[in-house]
Design a binder for this molecule. Structure first.
Ligand SMILES: Nc1ncnc2c1ncn2[C@@H]1O[C@H](COP(=O)(O)OP(=O)(O)OP(=O)(O)O)[C@@H](O)[C@H]1O
Ligand SMILES: [Mg+2]
Length: 307
């Protein structure tokens, strides 16, 4: 059964599409069967992997969401063997309005996945830059989410709103939704500002931030115009290295989580047999922990002498 991940941030231009396309391609190279869902009416992800708009105009995510066709019939192969895509175009902007009047409008994507989720190891959803009904559909359908974030001043702006939206969705629709991590993107190691922002975010948010940082890399900006993910465009680039490292980090995280779940099951089975200690603890949601730490970060103390 696929692990479904939403790449989300309502801020525009933070690297959601670049990260969705290239993470998906790198997972595929690691022989994980991966489906990329382009859930953004801008359709940037679809074009980035070389699909022509004419090819998918009559069969794409829009038609699957409004129930005209099965999601399976809106899936196209890419140049890479384990990498498929369900594309989108600007028709999808109409879907947000059309869905409003439909029953279970926030579960359309979740229901559409039922026909394909056993065919994949990973499904990556590239969300639009908003917290509207499309993103709500993504978060309802996903097991987890990744938040790409630029290492810029005001990086945290809007994060409280994002975390509160996720909390609402956990409480009402998808209680098992997990945070995979915050992904720092477009990092320029020569910039003092980027260094300071990245350090502050890592210090305050700790484990919640991926170890892998995506560097600013001109090859990553070029490859969409050639219709190729970075690993097919320039395997030796820093961008390729970074997204391969991210895919590896994600796969290992998953494996570690699987193992620790097994261990905690064993431990609680043992405890149940031998003691009556009440092990129930109040566990804070990651969003609550982050919201708690956010005020300290909202106005990151930039030392201008270091920039
Ligand atoms: N690591 C990087 N190095 C250089 N350029 C990058 C990098 N990541 C993204 N870009 C470029 O920055 C721009 C914005 O990136 P992208 O489209 O991935 O962001 P987005 O969050 O999906 O945007 P939107 O909110 O509009 O959907 C694009 O032109 C992309 O090519
Ligand atoms: Mg995008």
């Amino acid at each position: 059964m696929a692990k479904i991940i939403a790449m989300m941030n309502q801020k525009g231009g933070v690297g959601k599409t670049t990260s969705s396309v290239n993470l998906a391609a790198c997972l595929a190279v690691a022989e994980k069967k991966t489906l990329l869902i382009d859930l953004d009416p801008q359709g940037n992800g679809s074009i980035s992997i070389g699909l022509s708009k004419e090819k998918f105009a009559g069969r794409n995510i829009y038609h699957a969401l409004i129930g005209q066709i099965s999601l399976r019939d809106a899936i196209y192969e890419s140049e890479l063997p384990c990498f498929d895509i369900c594309p989108s175009d600007n028709n999808l902007s109409g879907a947000e309005i059309e869905l409003v009047s439909l029953f279970a409008r926030e579960s359309k994507l979740k229901n559409a996945f039922k026909s394909v989720e056993k065919d994949y190891d990973y499904i990556i959803i590239d969300c639009p830059p908003s917290l509207g009904l499309l993103t709500v559909n993504a978060l309802n359908a996903a097991h987890s989410y990744i938040v790409p974030m630029q290492t810029e001043f005001l990086a945290m702006e809007g994060l409280a709103q994002l975390l509160n939206t996720v909390k609402l969705i956990r409480n009402s629709l998808n209680p098992d939704l997990e945070l995979d991590g915050i992904l720092l993107t477009m990092y320029d190691s020569r910039s003092g500002l980027h260094k300071q922002v990245a350090n502050e975010i890592k210090t305050h948010f700790g484990d919640v931030v991926f170890n892998t940082i995506i560097p600013r890399n001109v090859k990553l900006a070029e490859c969409p115009s050639f219709g190729k993910p970075i690993i097919l465009y320039d395997i030796e680039s820093k961008g390729s290295e970074a997204y391969l490292a991210l895919a590896k980090e994600l796969i290992l995280k998953e494996r570690f989580k699987g193992n620790s779940k097994e261990n905690s099951k064993e431990t609680s089975a043992k405890n149940n047999g031998s003691s009556n200690i009440n092990v129930e603890k109040e566990v804070l949601l990651p969003e609550e922990v982050l919201l708690d730490k956010l005020p300290a970060l909202e106005n990151i103390n930039i030392d201008v002498n270091q920039i």
